[in-house]
Ligand binder design. Structure first.
Ligand SMILES: NC(=O)c1ccc[n+]([C@@H]2O[C@H](COP(=O)([O-])OP(=O)(O)OC[C@H]3O[C@@H](n4cnc5c(N)ncnc54)[C@H](OP(=O)(O)O)[C@@H]3O)[C@@H](O)[C@H]2O)c1
Length: 267
């Protein structure tokens, strides 16, 4: 996707989304920044305009609301924007026993991580295919490779993102459109804190990847039309060995590890 085309990033107000917006603007894309925090989006838009000389628009939208993708598509149409790059990055997590998580929160997780992702793809992919160019980047997670007790719904939503993206990657072959699932391990953003996981910096800080490094590797994989990417070499063994293990055994083992974190949270 060349310079001057429009890229939309959901969850652009923080973490990986802000890093995606910065890198795409650095590549010369005009950007549409989507999230709920208007002030943070406006500040980033101003930064990108002045740093890279691109156009930057803000669309404030709660992706947990039904019809969010339709409203976003309407906003872009009203601005006369034809989308070249869609980055479905916004996501929220679950942690702890599913039976103890509020039903309304879990519904929001499904809406943001699954419904909004598919709805946005369905609103913008047909135009890309018709024009014979475009890119869709869906931010999944390593959690999407394996059932994860104590992050059960989150991992299931990310399995959806991985499999949906890979399916689209094959379907769009030869159309000029690229599709990529990004599958990071732990990244140094507000995400873990916002969702109640307290990383012990002393013990686990070394595991956290730099968001900008994740984005750089992801955009390289997109350029090469890799279909999916597991950024950060430290994740290679888990990404490539885990899925081959027996499902019930692996799920129990992962449950043993994650239960320690879940119980730590309750103290
Ligand atoms: N951090 C990690 O360790 C990690 C690992 C693997 C995958 N991921 C994935 O990476 C993606 C980005 O996460 P992050 O680590 O950058 O998290 P983050 O720092 O918490 O950022 C999440 C972004 O999503 C937006 N968002 C959350 N709920 C929203 C809603 N209802 N409507 C619209 N926007 C919403 C937030 O903006 P507002 O609050 O302003 O709405 C924020 O911009 C997620 O899909 C996550 O699952 C993260």
């Amino acid at each position: 996707m060349g310079e001057g085309t429009w890229a939309l990033v959901t969850g652009a107000s923080a973490g990986l989304g802000a890093a995606f917006a910065r890198r795409l603007a650095a590549r010369g894309h005009h950007v549409v920044l989507v999230a709920r925090s208007q002030a943070r989006l406006e500040a980033l838009a101003a930064e990108l305009r002045s740093a890279y000389g691109v156009q930057a628009r803000v669309v404030v939208r709660d992706l947990a609301e039904p019809g969010a993708a339709a409203r976003i598509a309407e906003s872009l149409a009203a601005m006369g924007i034809e989308l070249g790059v869609l980055v479905n990055n916004a996501g929220i997590g679950t942690f702890g026993r599913d039976a103890e998580i509020a039903a309304d929160y879990n519904r929001d997780v499904a809406m943001v991580n699954v419904v909004a992702v598919a709805d946005l793809v369905q609103r913008f992919l047909p135009g890309m295919v018709a024009r014979g160019s475009g890119s869709v980047v869906n931010v999944a997670s390593m959690a999407g490779f394996q059932a994860q007790p104590y992050m059960a719904l989150y991992a299931a939503t990310k399995a959806f993102v991985v499999n949906y993206s890979l399916g689209l990657w094959v379907e769009t072959k030869g159309t000029g459109v690229k599709v990529l699932a990004v599958c990071p391990g732990p990244v140094d953003t507000d995400f873990p804190i916002a969702n109640g996981i307290k990383y012990d910096e002393r013990r686990l800080g070394w595991l956290l990847a730099d968001p900008d490094a994740i984005v750089r590797q992801s955009l390289r994989a997109l350029d090469r039309d890799k279909g999916y990417v597991v950024p950060d070499w430290r994740n290679w063994p888990e990404a490539h060995l885990l899925p081959r293990r027996p499902r019930r055994l692996m799920t129990r083992l992962i449950g043993l590890v994650l239960r320690r974190f879940a119980d730590y949270q309750r103290r």
